[in-house]
Design a protein around this ligand. Structure first.
Ligand SMILES: [Zn+2]
Length: 141
């Protein structure tokens, strides 16, 4: 089977690994952090590189610290990242720190989830979701 390319949630290095190794709790070749199952924080500096070169779908959570529903959804987002480890890469963009990224995606209300494939938007949904709703939305393709 084709290898997959995924970003390290810790150091953002892109790692290539065989699909068969997804269940083996793979670690980053640069920093040895666990590669799968944890959300990765993205900034304007690495957003393009990571979302375009990751071979899995990438779901981006546009959020802000002042947003109550965003904070409420954060644990659900982290739990869904574990549920879909090796299937979907979970990323977060702080819209206060990264207004240019929020503007580029025309984010009007948060939380807003945008699903990307090879850097291109597939679909989006606004509003806080529960863990099961998140998994269902991501698998409904
Ligand atoms: Zn790393």
């Amino acid at each position: 089977m084709d290898p997959i390319v995924v970003p390290c949630p810790q150091c953002r290095a892109l790692n290539r690994l065989p699909r068969s190794r997804v269940a083996d709790v793979p670690v980053c070749s640069s920093c040895r952090a666990h590669l799968l199952g944890a959300p990765i924080e993205l900034t304007a500096a690495d957003f393009e590189r990571v979302t375009a070169r990751t071979t899995l779908p990438v779901v981006v959570d546009f959020w802000a610290a002042w947003c109550g529903p965003c904070r409420a959804m954060a644990p659900n987002f982290a739990a869904a990242a574990q549920d879909l480890a090796g299937e979907v890469v979970f990323a977060k963009v702080d819209t206060e720190a990264e207004p240019a990224l929020a503007a580029r995606f025309a984010i009007r209300s948060i939380p807003c989830l945008v699903l990307l494939q090879a850097g291109h938007e597939v679909r989006r949904i606004a509003g806080a979701l529960q863990r099961a709703q998140l998994v269902q939305w991501l698998q409904g393709r």
